[in-house]
Write a protein that binds this ligand. Sequence first.
Ligand code: FE2
Length: 226
Amino acid sequence: MKRSQINSYIKKAKARFEEFNITLPWFAYLKPEDWNNVKEDVSAIKDSMLGWDVTDFCSGDFHTTGAVLFTVRNGDNNDKTMKRPYCEKYIVLDECGQDIPLHYHLDKTEDIINRAGGVLIIELYHRTADDKLDMEKPVTVFMDGVYKTFKPGEQIEVMPGNSITLEPYVYHRFIAKKGAGMLIVGEVSKVNDDNNDNVFYNPLGRFSEIEEDEKPIHLLVNEYNF
Ligand SMILES: [Fe+2]
């Protein structure tokens, strides 16, 4: 991805947050050079990978597969005291039908919430013993206090304010419904560990290579160098 594209996607996400009166924590607004002037110890921000994350999952086509993510809070699986066993993030998906591709988690249970702006579509599948999609077995999930059962791959529409609870080993794909508006998704979960906990159906990269064609407006979570 080009840095100019990353900058522009972050700007669009920030504008969408403002539209819905969502204000991010202070470090969301730091310029790259500002990090050196912070007096407090910011190592937990780096270790827990809090902040901006813009990725096309190495698809080469951000508008089809990709997202702007912002991790608000997170624990650190390497911290044995585990003071924060939870994570919260925002995921902004473009209304052109942008998706986060099929994957499951080895450990993380996550609530995926339609916070505002559009309609969230989710597809679910159980996995077979050889890690493929089970096209037969229905998937039962907890959705805002009640259990619901869906066919494998059924397009489940989650409207603003509503959510779905995804347990480990259930394949899931998120899509922003076409033409329904730029979607702000929330995620509340166990600790997020993008380096060890994700299994993608089609193996993809999690962090994109960046072509530096202009200066970054914000550092991404995998770029902290303090
Ligand atoms: Fe997930």
